[in-house]
Design a protein around this ligand. Structure first.
Ligand code: ZN
Ligand code: ZN
Ligand code: FE
Length: 758
């Protein structure tokens, strides 16, 4: 007695070899029927013996192709039909809309062929199959089909075509399929564009070994590469990249090599070797043979393994590691179009290793660190975007445009949220154009028509202005820290009311001050600011972000009064009497010095106090270096702090007592590393005590931690462990960054659930 079932499969099941996989399974269990893509996933009908059908469905989940992510599989019995074949049908629309796979590492089958001299793709830098390779970066439209990718101009040779058409082949409908005869090819040129004679790969390896700087075209853009063991070359790259003090990312040939210069633990190793191939922050070894200029003033290396065949080939050139930093100058977005890369990088790179397949979507490398065994994203981009994030409930379709720093956009469709790749800091028209482009492209390939646009409350953010003036849709403004709260709630599937510790750099507060050390109570619908870090002035506004010594002055002024300007700190001694008077007046009267409760700026100020750094080249640098120093510090008792209620009945967490004791201890010569550590512990204790007070007020047990300061592992760990010890339920970010890179997700959920809009 034959039975027939119909299955509807959702998730990332297109462009990942899913239909041929179903076809192979159907043959194994001797089933007839068909499979086809729908716009929401894959639909199939299968007919056979009841037991076989059962095994077949079980195997769909158990043996799904490596790139597939099944989020839903429904089956129903239908009347049996005719036919003994199992057919793969062409795509057909309908349903909830497509999902797009991120770009992935080379699979082990392709890797084996890449290094097999007998294989026709031996050393071919663009080898790929349905289980691996570029996806999001090359897709120009949907359905995912070769003519809607940047592979469109390449006409397959008969051998490749044969693979592509054969359902039993690993390359059946592998859209980027190609070979040295018909696919993309590599070219090596000098900075003027003149082609270097010889095998591009061999020559590139020779040049790198000789200490030259190469621009290398990758999956989502250009990298600048040098031999990481060549100190002169690394320093020269740093000099040419202008004012850039950020650590350079490293690419090592394999895990074995990583262990020689860093000390990854098991979860870090698992993340490094995952097919998403992110940059993972791992502790440096005390002794290693890489250039100290790779990551100056930093105890970590950002390490990744090769993720394209070209990178695998380059790294076989016997380098312990290559510096692989974004192809840009200081804060610009990474170059990804060939002409633009040539123009912008020709003064930085000596040579260009390029190819003739264009990149549709710029994708920076993702950056992750481990937090209690889970990934903590600093940047979510290549390998992850635009994978769907599940939402607890279906909601209205929204486009959220994020904040200003670490921009990204988020689109929702039903109970799915699609957070874009990292776009960059929205400080110029180019990044804004990139935001607009990303939103348009994602709308197209994910087939989403948003009903409204969510944006930050800050009226001057370029993203806010774009939403209000150019999006052409109804808009809704979402408070910055409310969005952080919702982002963390959303990825953890929380409903109802929670409290949130939102520690970050800066966000627009509805009261006209700058928020950033917030204790919120609420949910998606609304929130209340239950408490915050004591406010101080931000002397000179944005200048205080670039010059943390201004924050030190402000905290000292709040702690010691006018006597602050007589304290024997070098950054105070270097001020003239006029400057001191000016700063005092600015701080006293709030002239060009808005009030802020920012936790990030508090840590900046303490970094400057302890002589870590009085000016920075990127936001948060001083606080990051302070954390590095604190990690090496000995434990000492925490510093004092106060909790009080202000006239509005808000709880105020006051760190001036801590600043007083820290100052006195530092000025009598106490070890600054242990002081830095003690300050981290103090902030954690203060935050947790404040949560205890909120629990007394509200009865709430659940706490979410969000905001850029929670990239700080020492602080995050302190807050997390102390909260857990007091029986709170603590929720942190694991899927999206705690920083503003995850803001759009929170905005999208709040807006999608609300009914009112402007
Ligand atoms: Zn493969
Ligand atoms: Zn071919
Ligand atoms: Fe923020």
């Amino acid at each position: 007695m034959l039975k027939r079932i119909r299955c509807d499969i959702r998730g990332i099941v297109q462009g990942v070899g899913f239909r041929p996989f179903i076809h192979r399974l159907a043959r194994r269990f001797e089933l007839s029927g068909w499979v086809r893509n729908s716009s929401g996933g894959v639909i199939l009908e299968a007919q056979g013996k009841e037991g076989d059908l059962h095994l077949f469905v079980t195997a769909i989940r158990a043996e799904a192709p490596p790139l597939a992510v099944i989020t839903g599989l429904s089956r129903e019995e239908i009347p049996a039909g005719d036919g003994d074949d199992f057919t793969i049908f062409a795509s057909k629309g309908g349903g909830g809309g497509p999902e797009i796979s991120p770009d992935w590492d080379v699979c082990s089958d392709c890797l084996r062929e890449l290094f097999d001299p007998a294989d026709r793709r031996f050393h071919y830098p663009f080898i790929t199959c349905t289980n691996c390779g570029p996806r999001y970066s090359i897709i120009t439209g949907t359905p995912y089909d070769r003519h809607l990718t940047t592979m469109a101009p390449f006409v397959m040779c008969p051998l490749c075509r044969g693979e592509y058409d054969d359902p039993a082949d690993r390359r059946f409908h592998a859209q980027p399929n190609g070979c040295p005869v018909c696919g993309p090819i590599l070219t090596l040129t000098d900075a003027t564009g003149k082609v270097v004679v010889g095998n591009p790969l061999t020559e590139a390896i020779r040049l790198l070994a000789a200490g030259e700087i190469l621009a290398v075209k990758g999956t989502g853009g250009y990298h600048l590469a040098v031999d990481a063991a060549n100190d002169g070359a690394v320093r020269e790259l740093r000099r040419r990249k202008l004012r850039d003090e950020k650590p350079f990312a490293l690419m090592a040939p394999e895990l074995e090599e990583v262990r020689k210069f860093a000390t990854p633990d098991f979860p870090e190793e698992r993340l490094i070797t995952s097919p998403e191939r992110p940059i993972v922050l791992v502790r440096q070894r005390d002794e290693h043979n890489l250039s100290p200029a790779v990551a100056p003033a930093n105890g970590y290396f950002g390490v990744m393994l090769p993720s394209t065949p070209l990178q695998h080939l380059l790294l076989r050139g016997n380098f312990p590691a290559l510096v692989m930093t974004s192809g840009n100058l200081s804060d610009e977005p990474m170059a990804y179009r060939d002409k633009d890369a040539r123009q912008r990088l020709n003064a930085t790179a000596d040579f260009f290793l390029i190819h003739d397949r264009s990149i549709q979507t710029r994708l920076d490398d993702s950056v992750v660190r481990l937090f209690q065994g889970n990934p903590l994203f600093l940047r979510r981009s290549r390998g992850y975007a635009p994978r769907a994030l599940p939402l607890f409930a279906g909601q209205r379709s929204v486009l959220a445009v994020g904040g200003e720093l670490k921009g990204s956009v988020c689109l929702t469709r039903g109970d799915r949220a699609f957070l874009s790749q990292h776009i960059g800091d929205l400080k110029n028209p180019e990044t804004l154009a990139s935001l607009e482009q990303t939103a348009e492209h994602l709308k197209k390939i994910l087939e989403i028509k948003p009903e409204l646009v969510a944006h930050d409350l800050h009226p001057d953010y370029l993203s806010t202005r774009w939403a209000r003036e150019s999006s052409g849709l109804p808009t809704v403004g979402i408070q910055h820290h409310h969005a952080h709260l919702a982002s963390c709630m959303g990825e953890n599937g929380l409903e109802g009311e929670v409290m949130g510790i939102i520690f970050d750099g800066a966000g627009f507060g509805p009261d006209g001050t700058i928020w950033g050390g917030e204790f919120l109570v609420g949910g998606y619908e609304n929130f209340r600011r239950w408490g915050h870090i004591r406010q101080v002035h931000l002397p000179g506004g944005d200048a205080a972000v670039r010059e943390p010594f201004r924050m030190a002055l402000s905290w000292l002024r709040a702690t010691f009064g006018p006597a602050a300007f007589d304290l024997p700190f070098p950054f105070i001694a270097s001020l003239s009497p006029e400057e001191k008077k000016l700063f005092d007046r600015m701080i006293q009267r709030g002239i060009n010095s808005p009030l802020t409760s920012s936790c990030g700026r508090l840590l900046d100020g303490v970094a400057a106090l302890l002589g870590v750094r009085s000016a920075v080249s990127y936001e948060g640098q001083a606080a990051i270096e302070l954390e590095g120093i604190a990690e090496g510090g000995k434990e000492r008792p925490p510093l004092p702090f106060l909790i009080a209620r202000d006239a509005n009945d808000s709880l105020i967490l006051d760190f001036t007592p801590a600043i007083r004791e820290l100052t006195e201890a530092f000025l009598v010569g106490d070890d600054r590393a242990s002081l830095a550590r003690a300050f981290h512990n103090t902030v954690a204790r203060g935050a947790v005590d404040l949560c205890v007070a909120i629990r007394q007020d509200t009865g709430l047990q659940r706490v979410v931690l969000s905001g850029g300061v929670f990239q700080n592992r020492l602080l995050a760990e302190g807050v997390h462990d102390l909260l857990a010890a007091r029986n709170f339920n603590v929720f942190t970010h694991r899927l999206v960054p705690p920083n503003d890179g995850g803001l759009a997700l929170g905005q999208a959920i709040i807006a999608g659930r609300s009914s009112s809009c402007a």
